[in-house]
Write a protein that binds this ligand. Structure first.
Ligand code: C6P
Length: 420
């Protein structure tokens, strides 16, 4: 890869994975919180950002800030070059066949709404079915509820078992020729379950259904290969994979995007406009109305470079080792119950402890400098399934270590002490 000046070559990362060295790549991790060493275990909400991402954005503003696709001047050319290079980086990151299959959006939420409001409105109608699962984030439920209200289509749901895995028989029963779209998460944000999406995509295609995969939680943990998966749409939120907030991508197969109407109207998504009508640009520009998040796209490209510089097998092995260690240590605690016990998990552990409210757990851990998320995690149907109001969730990134887990366990002992 030839790095222009705004994309710094990621430094100090190689196949041998040294998480302590990774911590040095993330400046915020060296800053104390409440006078304590920060133990950041809320990565599924948003990850911290490496120096190379922060620096790419800084360099962009220092050297080439201008609007994209609009100016003939030097700065605008530089900004456009950086923005389009970021698209190519994301194409390569997920192994899409073409750069025009990558639409920049705000994140997974916007990507799913875009598909619902364009592909969905055009292709799905009365009598058709959309198949989702009980483990979806609200972002992969509500857009489809809005669509079925509008179109008269039907929303079908695959439920989960006590381990937090999809019930396969329901998949077989509910996937029929009426199914027009399957919308499924790659990894559950509240349970950590990794779904067998390759198999689901194949089964869906056999009945003629299209598949949207919500990859918000997968991008930081798994190597994503949309060509190999053969999914029709894949969504991704940059801020969970070490990039800034407010940027993500929608991947769509070229022939699908080409047949989808625009999502929003405005500048840059047209080929011509008169007062009586307009014609629309080709994808991906048709779906990128208005001035885009240029700095975000550049930061996302830099995050893809950062992840690409690490061998994914080594990364997964490290994260799984910390996950297994955390699972063992937490399971050994009296009164602690893990919610989501699938054998196929990545980076996430939800739990309840005694009858202590998760918000109290989170507040006491915070006093010790430990950041976790508590609540329903925007996955209320999962809470209902396990008859819980909330859980405490620990979510890992590549910079987390077994030491972080030891600190967590010590923190939880303090929580138990307070509520003894
Ligand atoms: N989950 C969490 O703490 P956005 O907000 O658009 O970047 O991502 C939405 C989203 C979609 N799908 C899944 C599986 C997700 O986990 C998320 C975001 C965060 O779990 C914030 S609620």
């Amino acid at each position: 890869m030839n790095y222009p000046y705004f994309f710094l070559e990621p430094t100090g990362i190689s196949a041998g994975l040294d998480p302590e060295k990774f911590k040095n790549d993330f400046p915020i991790l060296r800053k104390p919180v409440r006078g304590k060493k920060l133990v950041y275990l809320d990565n599924a909400a948003t990850s911290q950002k490496p120096h190379t991402v922060i620096e790419a954005i800084r360099q962009y503003y220092l050297d080439s800030n201008a609007n994209v696709h609009r100016g003939v001047h030097w700065l605008s050319e530089k900004a456009t070059e950086a923005y389009e290079m970021a698209r190519i980086k994301m194409q390569e990151f997920i192994n899409a066949d073409h750069a025009d299959e990558i639409v920049f959006v705000r994140g997974s939420t916007e990507a799913i709404n875009l598909v619902a409001q364009t592909y969905g409105r055009k292709e799905i109608g009365q009598g058709d079915e959309i198949l989702i699962t009980e483990m979806e984030h609200h972002s992969n439920i509500v857009p489809w509820q809005l669509l079925v209200e509008e179109t008269g289509a039907d929303l079908q749901v695959i439920h989960i078992d006590d381990n937090g895995e999809l019930i396969r028989e329901e998949l077989r029963e509910k996937l029929t020729e009426k199914t027009k779209l399957v919308a499924i998460t790659h990894i559950s944000n509240a349970l950590g379950t990794v779904n067998p999406i390759r198999e689901i995509i194949r089964s869906a295609h056999e009945v003629g259904a299209r598949v949207l995969v919500d990859g918000a939680q997968a991008a930081p943990h798994l190597k994503i290969d949309v060509h190999d998966l053969d999914c029709d749409f894949y969504t991704l939120s940059g801020h969970k994979m070490y990039a800034p907030t407010g940027i993500g991508i929608l991947y769509g197969k070229r022939e699908l995007l080409q047949n989808m109407p625009p999502y929003q109207g405005g500048g840059e998504m047209i080929t011509s406009v008169s007062l009586t009508g307009s014609s629309y640009a080709k994808p991906p520009y048709r779906f990128e109305a208005g001035t885009p998040n240029i700095e975000g796209a550049i930061g996302l490209g830099a995050a893809a470079d950062y992840l690409n510089s690490i061998d994914f097998d080594t990364l997964s092995a490290h994260e799984n080792e910390v996950l297994d260690y955390a699972t063992d240590r937490l399971s050994a605690m009296d009164g602690l119950k893990i919610i989501g016990t699938s054998g196929h998990k990545a980076g996430i552990i939800s739990f309840v402890i005694d009858s202590i409210h998760p918000h109290d757990v989170g507040t006491i851990l915070d006093q010790a400098g430990i950041a976790v998320r508590t609540g329903h995690h925007c996955a209320m149907p999962i809470m209902e399934r396990f008859q819980l109001p909330a859980t405490t969730r620990v979510s890992l990134a590549l910079y987390n270590t077994k030491d972080d887990i030891d600190s967590l366990v010590e923190g939880l002992k303090q929580v138990k002490e307070v509520f003894k």
